[in-house]
Structure formats: C-alpha cells, structure tokens
Design a protein around this ligand. Structure first.
Ligand code: NAI
Length: 460
C-alpha cells in the first residue's frame, strides 16, 4: 500500500490545484473526490456553467439591440436544450482536463467519499489511505433557508437554476448576492420576468455601496425587478404555481408574490459533515467553518484545511491561493496569502469587480482617503461598443497607495487585474496613472480614475 506524503480530500479548485502544486514540489499526493468528476462546485455546478449560460444568454439578448447597428434579424429562436448541451460539454471537457493534469503530474485519484479516522489515516469505502498529512478541501454548498424545502423542480438552488429545461414565466430570486444576480440575469435575458427579493436595503452586500447602486440601476434598466428590505418567510405550492410570503423588514407587514420558480441564493455553508472532524478533534465554529492557523493547520497537527471550509471569502481563486500556500509551507517553501488583495467579480452585465477596502469600511475605520472616479460614459471604447454603464472608483491613502478599487462596467472582471497587481506590488495611483494605456481601450478608465484621485483626469 502506498504511503502518501499528502492526502487531499476534495478535488475542487482548492484541492486539485494544491494537489498539482504539491506534486510539483516532489510530494507523493493522492486526491480523494466523491462527486464522480473533478473541479468541485466551481467547475461542475458553479462558476463555469454559470459563465457558459451568461455568455449564451448575452448573445440572445444582444439580438434585440442589433437594429441600432443597421443589422436586421428576424426569426431568431431559442433552443434551451442546445444551450444547456453546450454548457455541459464545456464542463465535461474541463473536468476531464483536470484528470489529465493529475496523470501528467503523477497525482493519484481515488473516487469516493472520505472520512478521517485519525491523523494520517483516511477511509474511502473499504480502502484505508495513509498519509503523513491530510488536507481538507471540501468546499461549500448552498445554505438552506429555514422552512423552505429545495426540490430543484420549482424551488431551486443554484444547481437547479443552471439546469432548467425551459424559460420560466416568473422567476423569483431570493438574495441579491452574486449567485442571485448572475443566474437572475441569465433567465431575465432569456425572457423570464425576474424579481429579486433581498433582505437588506441594497444589493450585493460587501461591495462598495456606490458601485452596487450603479449595478442595480443598469440591471433594472435591462428589466430585472428588485424588491429590497424583504425576507422570504414561506413558499406554498398552488395549482397556479408558487405563492411566496415575504416579510417587510422592520415593518410588521407581509406581502405575497406569485411565481412559477424560486431560486434560493442566500449564501453558502462549508461542507464538513461526515468527515469525522469531531471524532478526531478538529475544531469548527457553530457554522461548521474549520478553524486554522497561519499555516492552514487545524487544531489537530497533521490535518490542514483550505478554501470555502475555512474563514475568508468563498471564492475559487481564494481557495487556489490557500491551497498553493498551504502545500508550499508543507514542503518548506515560504508562502503567504494577502487576503486584502483577493479580487471579487460578479459576472453580470455590467460586471462588478472589487478589491481591497470599500468606502463604507474606510469610513467606519476612520481612515483618511481620497476618491478617484471615472465613468465609462466618457471612455471612447465604451462609447464605440455601446457599454457605457458604470464607472471605475479608486480609494486612495494620503501617500497615494491604493486602499480599494471598484469597477462596475463591461469587462470589469478583467480590468480589475491591473489594480490588484498595483495593490499587491505596492504601486501608487501615480504609478498607474504614469503607465501608458492603449487607446482606445476600456483600461483607460482605470488610468483616468487614478488621474482623478490626483486631481488631473483628462476626460472627466
Ligand atoms: P451572498 O452572500 O453573496 O448573497 C446572499 C444574499 O441573500 C445577501 O444579500 C443576503 O442579505 C440575502 N438574504 C439572506 N437571507 C435572505 C432572506 N431570507 N430573504 C431575502 N434575502 C436574504 O450569497 P450567494 O449569492 O448565495 O453566493 C454564495 C457564495 O458563492 C458567495 O460567497 C460568493 O462569493 C460565491 N460565488 C461567487 C461567484 C463569483 O465569484 N462570481 C459566483 C457565485 C457564487
């Protein structure tokens, strides 16, 4: 029987990237995955399928806007099955790609659900795996809403909303977070009436408030409806479909909404059940989040954890960073993750991208800052492509270092990379502003926002 250096539980972006990096560093690695496919939530039922559907639905929505270009189109028809087939093929190809990378790097794969029996010992069905160290990378799953049962037919989680066979008449989305907005926009573009119900009085909690407002304005203009300050209390099935009862937050009043589908997107929770954590003494908090130290070690020596099941944002790229840093430290290489420079992107149109501190957080912390802003309306490439909604906003310290950067606009998820690099490397707004940006390009809005922070924007 092989004695491994590292047994990784979970083959999502955290686990599979850690496995490959550990193998590169010369460790003998096994990855254990029970889903039947590598890639975790992100590849199978999250980031990738949602991006495939966002792309397809954007093309469908674009048809209506072609007349202004002098292009007439008639007779366009929607075939949801073909759209879903394309999405499934992309997912299948990518998951097989990871299996290939495992082979190439000499990572062993065991298919099945793992349970930790003791430090250094993992049980997968009848097989016992022994390893010097164990890494838990089991990710997260949709958080349930008390009293609401998800059947993936009428009451959906993100998994069900990624696999509908036809366009619903009225989709109600509970939660104006990342998942609710991305999947809400998919079905809205394909012709559904979409109402987003949100507990708070704003969308996208955690995102800079001004940028979130710009996003809401643009999404509303495109047809999505928002009902803020409302919490879902119950869902009843009637002959006509679903009746949702909503509480008006702080108002002792109820309202009802009729829908044929409802998507519950109120957050995610770590997957730590069934792993035997309690029995081996791995400490979790009341929400199942595993407590780790700076080297990702849990309360039990030799057992490590990364990604969505430890504190921090539940993002694929954060899990990857965790995984790489964890195995590098195990292999004796110094490593570090700077959580202040982990970007977040919502892939709606317009995209919402952010890194670092929000203006609200800086105010609350009493930090002095300057704001630099530039609207895409004043960017020539945005005008030429018709993507003028949104703006770039930078929050800058007295010494010109960037404290936070926020973008609402087309390709915001790509544009933010420049500001993430600037923050990571300690570049100032002066440095970004002094960098030559191609013209005409959306990236010029980033440069202009930095110039604005210095009081010298050219096109504002
Ligand atoms: P979220 O935490 O982003 O948003 C959930 C929203 O639901 C919040 O605004 C909350 O106030 C609201 N809410 C909670 N209970 C409610 C109730 N009873 N009635 C009405 N509203 C209620 O969670 P979401 O969208 O489910 O995403 C989960 C995780 O997955 C996030 O951590 C996100 O970062 C990650 N993710 C990231 C993506 C990306 O990077 N593009 C895509 C999809 C998910």
């Amino acid at each position: 029987m092989t004695e491994y250096d590292l047994a990784i539980i979970g083959g999502g972006p955290g686990g599979y990237v850690a496995a490959i990096r550990a193998a590169q560093l010369g460790l003998k690695v096994v990855c254990i995955e029970g889903r039947g496919a590598l890639g975790g939530t992100c590849l199978n039922v999250g980031c990738i399928p949602s991006k495939a559907l966002l792309t397809s639905s954007a093309k469908f929505a674009e048809l209506e806007k072609l007349a202004v270009h002098g292009i007439e189109q008639t007779g366009a028809a929607l075939d949801v099955a073909t759209m879903m087939g394309r999405k499934d093929k992309i997912v299948g190809d990518l998951t097989k790609g990871i299996a290939f990378l495992f082979k190439k790097n000499g990572v062993d794969l065991i298919e099945g659900w793992a349970r930790i029996m003791a430090p250094g010992q993992v049980q997968v069905d009848a097989q016992t795996v022994t390893a010097k160290n164990i890494l838990i990378a089991t990710g997260s799953e949709p958080a349930p809403l008390f009293g609401v049962e998800i059947d993936e037919v009428a009451v959906l989680s993100s998994t069900g909303a990624l696999a509908l066979e036809e366009v619903p008449d009225h989709l109600v989305v509970i939660g104006a977070g990342v998942i609710g907005l991305e999947l809400g926009q998919v079905w809205s573009r394909l012709g559904a009436k979409v109402t987003v119900v949100e507990y708070l009085d704003r969308i996208l909690p955690g995102i800079d408030g001004e940028i979130a407002k710009l996003a809401q304005r643009s999404l509303s203009k495109q047809g999505m409806k928002f009902q803020l300050g409302r919490a879902l209390r119950k869902v009843e099935t009637t002959d006509a479909g679903l009746t949702l009862t909503l509480d008006r937050v702080g108002k002792d009043r109820e309202e009802t909404l009729e829908a044929d589908k409802v998507l519950i997107a109120v957050g995610r929770r770590p997957v730590t059940r069934g792993l035997g954590l309690q029995e081996v003494g791995v400490v979790t908090n009341e929400r199942g989040v595993i407590q780790v130290d700076g080297a990702f070690q849990t309360s039990v020596p030799g057992i490590y954890a990364i990604g969505d099941c430890v504190p921090g944002p539940m993002l694929a790229h954060k899990a990857e960073e965790d995984g790489v840093a964890c195995v590098e430290m195990l292999a004796g290489v110094s490593a570090h993750v700077d959580y202040n420079t982990v970007p977040g992107v919502v892939y709606t149109d317009p995209e919402v991208a952010s890194v670092g501190q929000t203006e609200e957080a800086l105010k609350e912390a009493g930090v002095q800052y300057t704001v630099g802003k530039f609207s895409f309306m004043a960017n020539s490439r945005a005008r030429a492509s018709g993507h003028t909604d949104g703006a770039v906003k930078v929050l800058v310290a007295a010494d010109d270092h960037i404290l936070g950067a926020h973008i609402c606009g087309a390709h915001g998820g790509d544009l933010i990379a420049e500001l993430v690099l600037a923050m990571t490397k300690g570049a100032t707004v002066q440095d970004v502003a002094a960098t030559c940006h191609a013209h005409p390009a959306l990236g010029e809005a980033v440069k202009e926002a930095c110039l604005d922070a210095l009081g010298r924007a050219i096109h504002a």
